[in-house]
Design a protein around this ligand. Structure first.
Ligand code: NDP
Length: 417
C-alpha cells in the first residue's frame, strides 16, 4: 500500500491514542456510574479509592473470563449449525462459516443457569466484580491483538508496514484457526464472547437490584428486555453479519477485537448499571411508548439489513415488498440495490439502530447524561462509519458509485441527511 494514502482514524497519532485511551474511557464511565453518583465533570465525594481498588485484577476474575471465552470458543467449534457460504472474496473464492449461534446461545443459557442456581457461580458476581473483570478483559484484548498482529501477518497478510496502524486496524482480513479451517476469529469475536456477556451483565444488575430492594423496577425490566431482544435477534439472523462492513471490508485488529470483546459488553450495559441503585416510578404509558420505539427501531434495523443480505445472497431472484429487487450493475461486477429501504437512503439501517439506542436509554429518565452515552457515541460512530463506508465503496465501484449516489442521494435519513 502506498504510504501516501491517508491513514484512517487520525493516522499514527490517532491510532495510538485510541489504543491507549479507549480502555480508560470504559473504566471512566463505570467510575462515573458506580463511584461518582453518575456525574462526569464534578468529583467532590467521588470514591476514587474504591474505584481503583475494584480495578485490581484477580485470578478469580481471570478464571471467570477465560472460562467464558473458552466455553464460547468450544461452542463455536462444536455446536451444531448449518455451514453457510460467505460473499465472494476479491479472488472470487468463498469462505465457509458455521452458523451455530442459536444452539450456542441455548447451551450458554443452560450452563449459566446451572452455575447460578447451583450456587457455584451466582450471576451477581458479574456485577460485583465488574472492575476486576474489566481489567482482565482489557489485558486479554491487548494480548489477543498482539497475537492477531503476528498471526495475521503470517497467514493472511494485508498489513501496511506501519506498525501502530496495523495493530489498530489489523493485519489479517479473515484470520482462521487453522489458517484455512472453519474457525474464523473475526466472525467469532463479532458476537460470541461479547453479546451474551453483555446480556449476563444486564441480568447481574437486575439481580443486584432485586437483592437490594426486593423487586425489579419497570425501567430495569425494559432495558434488559430490549437488549436481550437485540442479542437474540442477532443470533436468530446470524448469517446477515456476512454482508456487513466488518466482515466484508475490515481487517481484524485491536479496533474490532477491543470493540467486540470489551467495549460492547462493558459500555452497553451502562444503563442497567445506572439503574441498579436508582429505582424510580416509570408510568406505564411511558413504558409502552419506549416499547413501541424499541420495536420500531428493531424492525427498521432488521428489515433493512435483511433486504440487503437476501439481495446479496441471490440478486437475481430476491424480491422486496412483493417486487423483484431493482439494482444497478457495476463495471466491477457487483450489484447495488436501489429498491426497498435501499432506495430511501444509503444507510437507512442506521436509523433503526439510533431509534433502538434511544429507547435503551429513555427508561433511565433524565437524572444523568451518563446512561445516554450509548445513543450519543453511537450516532457519532454511525455518521463516521457511513463516511468510511462511502470512501470504501467509492474506491471499489468508482463512477458507478457516483451514479448510485445520484440515484439514492441521502446518506442516512431520507430528506434530511
Ligand atoms: P451495511 O450493512 O450497510 O454494510 C455496508 C456494506 O454493504 C457496504 O460496504 C457495501 O459492501 C454494501 N452495500 C452498500 N450499499 C449497498 C447497496 N445499495 N446494495 C447492496 N450492497 C450495498 O453497514 P454496516 O456494516 O456498517 O452495518 C450493519 C449493521 O450493523 C447496521 O445496522 C449497523 O448499525 C450495525 N452495527 C452495530 C454496531 C453496534 O455496536 N451496535 C456496530 C457496527 C454496526 P459490498 O458492496 O462490498 O457488499
Amino acid at each position: 500500500m502506498s504510504t501516501k494514502k491517508k491513514l484512517e482514524f487520525g493516522g499514527v497519532p490517532g491510532n495510538l491514542l485510541l489504543v491507549l485511551v479507549l480502555p480508560v474511557v470504559v473504566a471512566f464511565l463505570h467510575f462515573s456510574v458506580k463511584y461518582n453518583d453518575a456525574r462526569l465533570f464534578a468529583y467532590d465525594g467521588a470514591d476514587w479509592e474504591g474505584f481503583f481498588r475494584a480495578l485490581v485484577p484477580t485470578w478469580e476474575a481471570a478464571a471467570i473470563y477465560l472460562g467464558w471465552f473458552a466455553l464460547q470458543a468450544l461452542l463455536q467449534a462444536f455446536a451444531p449449525g448449518p455451514i453457510v457460504q460467505g460473499t465472494p472474496l476479491p479472488n472470487g473464492k468463498h469462505l465457509l462459516y458455521k452458523m451455530n449461534g442459536r444452539a450456542s446461545l441455548v447451551a450458554t443459557a443452560i450452563v449459566v443457569g446451572a452455575l447460578h442456581f447451583s450456587g457455584v457461580l451466582p450471576i451477581r458476581v458479574l456485577h460485583d466484580r465488574f472492575g476486576e473483570l474489566l481489567t482482565v478483559m482489557v489485558i486479554f484484548s491487548y494480548a489477543f491483538s498482539v497475537f492477531l498482529y503476528f498471526y495475521g501477518k503470517a497467514t493472511d497478510d494485508r498489513s501496511t508496514g506501519i506498525a501502530i496502524h496495523d495493530f489498530w486496524m489489523g493485519t489479517g482480513h479473515n484470520p482462521r484457526i487453522p489458517p484455512h479451517g472453519l474457525f474464523d476469529l473475526k466472525f467469532f469475536c463479532e458476537a460470541r464472547p461479547g453479546l451474551p456477556f453483555w446480556v449476563l451483565l444486564d441480568l447481574a444488575c437486575m439481580h443486584a437490584q432485586y437483592e437490594t430492594y426486593g423487586f425489579v423496577s419497570l425501567s430495569m425490566v425494559l432495558v434488559c428486555a430490549f437488549q436481550l431482544l437485540y442479542v437474540v435477534d442477532y443470533f436468530w439472523n446470524e448469517p446477515a453479519i456476512l454482508t456487513t462492513m466488518d466482515i466484508k471490508h475490515e481487517n481484524f485488529g485491536f479496533m474490532l477485537c477491543f470493540g467486540d470483546l470489551v467495549w460492547v459488553p462493558m459500555t452497553y450495559s451502562l444503563q442497567a448499571f445506572y439503574l441498579v441503585d436508582r429505582v424510580h416510578d416509570l408510568p406505564l404509558w411511558a413504558g409502552l411508548l419506549f416499547v413501541a420505539l424499541n420495536l420500531l427501531g428493531l424492525y427498521i434495523f432488521r428489515a433493512v439489513n435483511l433486504q440487503k443480505h437476501r439481495f446479496r445472497q441471490s440478486p437475481e431472484t430476491a424480491t422486496i415488498w412483493g417486487k423483484k429487487a431493482e439494482y444497478l450493475e457495476t463495471k466491477q461486477g457487483g450489484k447495488l440495490l436501489v429498491s426497498g429501504f435501499w432506495g430511501w437512503s444509503r444507510h437507512f439501517n442506521y436509523v433503526g439502530d439510533i431509534l433502538m439506542a434511544v429507547s435503551w436509554s429513555l427508561p433511565t429518565l433524565f437524572g444523568s447524561i451518563v446512561p445516554y452515552f450509548y445513543p450519543i457515541y453511537f450516532t457519532a460512530l454511525l455518521v463516521h462509519r457511513e463516511r468510511r463506508d462511502h470512501r470504501i465503496c467509492a474506491e471499489k465501484y468508482g463512477e458507478d458509485w457516483e451514479a448510485y449516489c445520484k440515484r439514492v442521494p441521502y446518506r442516512i435519513l431520507p430528506g434530511v441527511y
